[in-house]
Design a protein around this ligand. Sequence first.
Ligand SMILES: *Cc1c(COP(=O)(O)O)cnc(C)c1O
Length: 390
Amino acid sequence: MAIDKLPASHSPLDASKLVIHEATALKTIPESETLVFGQTTTDHMLVCTYHPVTGWSNPEIKPYGPLSLDPMSSCLQYATNVFEGMKAYVGPDGKPRLFRPDRNMKRLEGSAARVALPPFDSSELLKLIKRLVTLDARWIPTLPGYSLYIRPTIIGTRSALGVAASDEAILYVILSPTGPYFRTGPKPLSLLGISETARTWPGGTGGFKLGLNYTPGFLPQQIAAKQGYDQVLWLLGEENRITEVGAMNVFVVVKRDDGALDVITPTLDGTILPGITRASVLELTAAHPEKSVLPGLSPSTRLHVHERTIPMDQLLEWSSAGKLLEAFGVGTAVIVAPIGKIGFQDTSVTIPSYEKGLGPVGQGLYDRIWDIQTGKFEWQGWSVPVIEEK
Ligand SMILES: *Cc1c(COP(=O)(O)O)cnc(C)c1O
């Protein structure tokens, strides 16, 4: 599907036109330890609007606050809502950094195009995000595992009930300081394998970060929670192939007959969100041990990465043969989260690292990614300082 170009008469998104209205009273930053994911907002937000005749407005940074929307707004009626999830980190050198932000920008462009929201130049958006993070940099927590979550969002604001693409939009970016997913030490997730309701399907929109992909998952998540599980393992099709865990990509580590380890994640077939953490895990795993040894792993531990279908039967077979060593979910919020148990129909799978947290491969990946994110380990330019060196 082609991404539309902005008509020549429309103003493009232009970071050089930024107007900043600083908050007159700054908020008190809560103690890091009390932070709950996605509940605390910072002093400022970035807002830019798209008008069908003139194009993008001058971007504005202003005090965090409510938006005003017509009740007919496309996003309220037809879910024209796309977003990104990224983080700013501060490492030992005290510099705020982003992790592979160009990837988030490209993905947001793709998501907007998929629901026919107006196009924008994402390299300009990245400049604006850097300005916002710089202004609110005092909100980036510095404790290990803590960071500032960044939520770029685009909503359709066409105010008419006709079922049609929204030719008006608001692009905004908000920030929220956040702590590690597991506060009290690693607690492996228990998952309920669900195949009756699908998160996404072939030809659907699972490969894009659209608000509408998450809504149908709320009820199955409640059902799983009622049965004592932490999250849903989304299974798809007749062979119950594993797709994702909650809103995370999923990996399994399987022991091979030659002693090496297979590190496997489902193929990006359009039903799976192309996670930046997923891509990073694949690249770091492939780099071990020749280009870089993962922390805690021996250079003699051979890892083979695979993107392939994982039917539930295959997982049960690996498990009963004692070959399933690790399973984990990956995503920006968690980095790497251990999976301990999977309930499916009348069986259940227990992963050996259960109770212990991450296994060696998952832990090595977590440690390496965290060190790259905070600038402690330089790797392929993945960590981008927010304030460019002159
Ligand atoms: C955002 C998201 C992920 C993880 O993507 P990252 O870029 O690694 O944060 C995985 N699955 C779903 C459904 C998501 O929305």
